[in-house]
Design a binder for this molecule. Structure first.
Ligand code: PLP
Length: 370
C-alpha cells in the first residue's frame, strides 16, 4: 500500500525549521516578554515592510484583527457592512461583534470571490464599510471594488487571512484597502505555533487606535483612554512568525508550482479548475477544483488515502447561527452552487510533486470509471 497523502502536513514545515525556531524562542524565555514586547514590535516592522505599508499591528487572531479594524474605522450599531457569504464565519462574526449588520453580495462564478459588479446595488445610506475576502489566497479584483467603494465613501477592509504575499500590479494583499487583516492560524501560508493575527494600514491614526484597542485602550498602565480588549500578540508567536516570514516567498512559490502541476494534469477532465490568475496574485492557500460529483470524488480519494477538505460547504447566510429572515436559500445562487461543488485538494509547500501526480492519477481514474 502506498503512503497516504494528507490534506495538510503541519509537522513537515516544523521539521525543516526546528533549529531556527528553537533559537528564536530562547530570547523570549530570557527576557520574559511573553505578551507584546520588542519581538512583536520587530515582527510588526518586518510584516509592514513585507506588505508595503507603513504600519502593522500584531494581535492574537485574524478574528481580532477584523474586529479591531471595523472598530478603528468607526463601524458600530446601525451600520451595514458589505461582504461575501463565501467565507469563514469569522468575517461575519466580526461585523456582528460591532453591532453592525452584514450585507452579502454573491461571488463570481470563475474566481469564487465577491463580484464587484454586484456591489453598487446593495449600497445604502447606512453602508459604512466593505470587506472583500481573498478566498483561497486569490486577490479580489481590488481595482474594480475600490472604484465602487470610493465614490460611496466606504472603508475597505481586506480579509487577507488566506492571502499573505499575494500581489497584483505590484501591490500586496493588505495594502489595497484602508486596512488589511491577516490570520496567522497555524495552517495559514504564514502560520504561528498558536493563535495570532495582524492588521496592516497606511493610516497612522487607524493604526494608533487599533494599538490602543488591542490592549484595553491603554498606553500607560491603569490609564484607559478607550474601552478595549485583551487582543495582544504573544512574544513567542512573534518570534515564530519572524522566522517563518523569511521563508514565506519561497513557500508561496512552491505552492504556485504545485498548483500549476495540478492544473497541467487535470486540464481536459470534466471539472473546473481555479481560473487562471496573474502570476503572484494567487498564493494557493487552498487549491480547489469544482465538480457536481464532489462528494463521490472526495469519497473515492479518501478510499485511496488522499485527504481533502471543503472551503466552504455552507455559505455563511445558511449557517444555523447566522441565518436571518433577510436571506433565504437561493439568495446567492452562485455561492450556494459553488459551496456544493468545491473540493480542496492536498497542497502544502513541503509536498513532493510526485504526491500531486498521485492525486491527479486518482482523480483521472475516478472520471475514467464514468
Ligand atoms: C477568511 C478568513 N477570515 C478570518 C479568519 C479568522 O482568523 P483566525 O482563525 O485567526 O481568527 C479566517 C481563519 O480561518 C479565515 O480563513
Amino acid at each position: 500500500m502506498t503512503d497516504a497523502i494528507p490534506f495538510f502536513d503541519i509537522h513537515a514545515q516544523y521539521k525543516q525549521l526546528a533549529s531556527e525556531i528553537h533559537a528564536a524562542l530562547q530570547p523570549i524565555f530570557d527576557n520574559s516578554q511573553y505578551s507584546g514586547g520588542s519581538e512583536v514590535e520587530r515582527f510588526e516592522t518586518e510584516y509592514a515592510k513585507y506588505c508595503g505599508v507603513d504600519h502593522a499591528v500584531g494581535v492574537n487572531s485574524g478574528t481580532s484583527a477584523l474586529h479591531l479594524a471595523l472598530l478603528a474605522a468607526g463601524v458600530g450599531p446601525g451600520d451595514e457592512v458589505i461582504t461575501t457569504p463565501m467565507t469563514f464565519v469569522a468575517t461575519v462574526a466580526a461585523i456582528e461583534y460591532c453591532g453592525a449588520t452584514p450585507v452579502y453580495v454573491d461571488c463570481e462564478p470563475a474566481t469564487w470571490n465577491i463580484d464587484p459588479s454586484k456591489i453598487a446595488a446593495v449600497i445604502t445610506p447606512r453602508t459604512k464599510a466593505i470587506i472583500p475576502v481573498h478566498l483561497h489566497g486569490r486577490l479580489v479584483d481590488m481595482k474594480s471594488l475600490i472604484d465602487v467603494a470610493r465614490p460611496a465613501n466606504l472603508v475597505v477592509i481586506e480579509d487577507a487571512a488566506q492571502a499573505h504575499g499575494a500581489q497584483r500590479d505590484g501591490r500586496a494583499a493588505g495594502a489595497w484597502g484602508t486596512i488589511g487583516c491577516f490570520s496567522f492560524y497555524p495552517s495559514k501560508n504564514l502560520g504561528a505555533y498558536g493563535e495570532a493575527g495582524a492588521l496592516t494600514t497606511g493610516d497612522s491614526e487607524l493604526a494608533q487606535r487599533a494599538r490602543l484597542l488591542r490592549s484595553w485602550g491603554s498606553e500607560k498602565r491603569y490609564e484607559h483612554k478607550l474601552k478595549g480588549f485583551n487582543y495582544r500578540m504573544d512574544g513567542l508567536q512573534a518570534a515564530v512568525l519572524r522566522v517563518k516570514l523569511r521563508h514565506l516567498a519561497s513557500w508561496n512559490a512552491a505552492r504556485q508550482n504545485l498548483a500549476d502541476r495540478y492544473a497541467a494534469q487535470l486540464t481536459g477532465l470534466n471539472l473546473d479548475l481555479p481560473a487562471p490568475a496573474e502570476v503572484g496574485s494567487h498564493v494557493y492557500h487552498v487549491f480547489a477544483i469544482r465538480t457536481p460529483k464532489r462528494d463521490a470524488l472526495a469519497a473515492w480519494l479518501n478510499e485511496k488515502g488522499i485527504g481533502t477538505s471543503i472551503h466552504y460547504p455552507v455559505p455563511v447566510h445558511l449557517q444555523p447561527a447566522y441565518r436571518t429572515s433577510r436571506y433565504q436559500e437561493g439568495a446567492f445562487p452562485v455561492c450556494e452552487r459553488v459551496s456544493q461543488e468545491l473540493l480542496s485538494l492536498p497542497l502544502f509547500p513541503e509536498m513532493d510533486p510526485s504526491m500531486v501526480d498521485r492525486v491527479c492519477d486518482a482523480i483521472k481514474s475516478f472520471f475514467a470509471r464514468g
